[in-house]
Design a protein around this ligand. Sequence first.
Ligand code: LLP
Length: 380
Amino acid sequence: MQFPIDRFKDISTPFYYYDLSLLRATLEIINENSDYPGFHVHYAVKANSNPELMRIISSYGLGADVVSGGEIERAIECGFDPAEIVYAGVGKTDKEIRYALEKGVGCLNVESLEELEVISALAEDCGIKAKVSLRVNPEIDAHTHHYITTGLAENKFGIDKSRILEIARRCVADPWIEFRGLHCHIGSQITIEDPFVALCERINDFQRQFEAAGIAIPIINVGGGLGIDYENPDENPIPDFQKYFNTFRDNLDLREGQELHFELGRSITGQCGSLICRTLFIKNGVNKKFLIVDGGMTDLIRPALYQAHHKIENISSDSTEKAMYDVVGPICESSDVFGTAELLPITHRGDFIALRSAGAYGEVMSSRYNCRQLPGCVLG
Ligand code: LLP
């Protein structure tokens, strides 16, 4: 990626830099490769709710996948059609449910019988029939990081698969509920095809059970989870969407007129964003050199929280002379480390350091711990 370093010189660091041409190119590829009957892509707003990015995403005709009243509001402000919003989450408040009903949100993804009962009562109270999908826990191992896998039995998410039919019957019998379909999500940063194939097979099973019970499933929502290449962002700036969508086209037995929804987050915004920091000090330790930057875990928490690695580049220097550094931030926590034993060009105070592939779950997860300012944002 080419960074506009001259523009960066007058801007205070740290900040997120978003390459909007890469975002647009990604969206074009998504639209080209999901052009099958019934396929609809929803953008998972939790990955990045920056309004400028969201306006671009809505302009490509995607729907939105949200998890709070605040995200519903943000999505509508940024041009998403409320009917194309799907609303998930294990802990929706009464206020949020009423707001979703009043705004005409396309579907509430329900995670328990207890939640369904509350939605039905609130729908009756508002005089608005609630459109509902049931989130089923498909119990599929996504082989991703423990903290971001969601489809296994011990997770708090979704309804146990042995109870799904009984709860669907409850939906169909309820005059205040319109049963829209089934929702699943097996985890995030999935870079192999097998878990998605297993998910398709599991959904095919559900379809057979529902058909035998005489219950139609208008919409199947397979969640998100497609991963990105964190180690080679320049070689693989856009994930293999063709392969991803074809996996579902080839393995899922969709019925005539059935809709297939996707909720993609990381794969849409991940590669277009970088956290840009400046080097404060090169500190010579006893056995190593520390490259101390002005951005830290309050700006990008993924390395501290998930032991994630974002590619680190010195974008001020193209020197071929290299040295090994531990790249750390200024926060008073030992986990405030972006990388250990990173081979980088010889780095000096003032050099710009880019943490790549930070466009998803980066800016949105920043905090004001240590009374720090939130990171800024520069669009390219
Ligand atoms: N749908 C549901 C129900 C989800 O829970 C998620 C993500 C998505 C869609 C979007 O998944 P994606 O396409 O972005 O993988 N903060 C963590 C990731 C948490 C993912 C939470 N759920 C990280 O930084 O890796």
